[in-house]
Design a protein around this ligand. Sequence first.
Ligand code: SF4
Ligand code: SF4
Length: 339
Amino acid sequence: MTIPNATLLKARLLEHGRIYVASKRQLAYIPDRSTAGPSAGLDCVFFSFDGRLVRLQLSPVDGVCSYVPGKGIIFWGETHPAVEVESVLHCPEQAFLNLDSNCRFNCLFCASPLLSSHINRRTMREEVVVRVVERVREKIKGVALTTGVFSTPGESVEYMARIVRALRDHFGDGLPIGVEPLVTEKRQVDVLYDAGADEIKVNVESYEPETFRIVCPDLDYRVNLEMVRYAAEVFGDNRACSNIIVGLGEPEESVDEGARALAEWGVVASLRPLNPHPMVMGRLTEATGGKAGRPSAERMLRHALKHRDVLEEAGLDTRRFKTMCLKCTACDIVPQRDL
Ligand code: SF4
Ligand code: SF4
């Protein structure tokens, strides 16, 4: 298959990961600084070009990639027409809320628990979340909730379920709700489904057991996969998704194997390029013997092409997701959306 030029550009921008803007005042929107996800705590901007969306970290200096409003993205000397896109609450067209940035686990790639602010530690009671979403309702097509685990996974899930119920009661069935919890028991998946969540994301992180053991030392590989599989049983096809991080030092084929295994269960993977976050890269480099790093554009495209065939064989469709990363697309090359 010929890869569209816009997708090639997106892959190269994701490989580069950052962009220079002369002054934040030149930007039309306030940069997003999320407390979860690949760029937690870093200022990021969304750009759109030829139907693609990409999220890049603002960099105070960059000789390779810059944005000039009215012109576009200048990358390796070439100008590509692109426009800024507003992030509503973390991303375009969604309110993606982190209910708790504290976490007792120590996944080596995750900066969320290291952010000093911790301002959203349970400050968001149900009525506050409803009010926050109400304020942006006109701009969003869905809500997504994620959370760290301050106490136990069960307790975080109960809290998340309360928020889902409050949103469902207030906004009715017309507002898609996605949830991204850490679950360790099947009944936690049931609780979120019964509360009214439409879609769920349970992250594999790494499909390769040894890499998982290194980067998620507090989690159980087998239990985690069981939860991913069960999530699809409960929520159904095209309603369960999962991050597989690319660039943790895993063998390349393990990513494709993981995406295939998930598809057989009805789960759509997001093959997420590792963001070498400055707060975690030291420990990640040490733990992986220097193997962790942002994957190349070529590697992202190779995985995405294979993944597209796998999804089509399995009758899965990334375009059917209404919330979270498969709806957003800004951090990954998403099969059926980007190629
Ligand atoms: S469980 Fe791991 S990935 Fe999730 S918030 Fe906690 S440390 Fe981060
Ligand atoms: S793809 Fe996911 S992590 Fe990336 S900006 Fe969109 S919602 Fe956030």
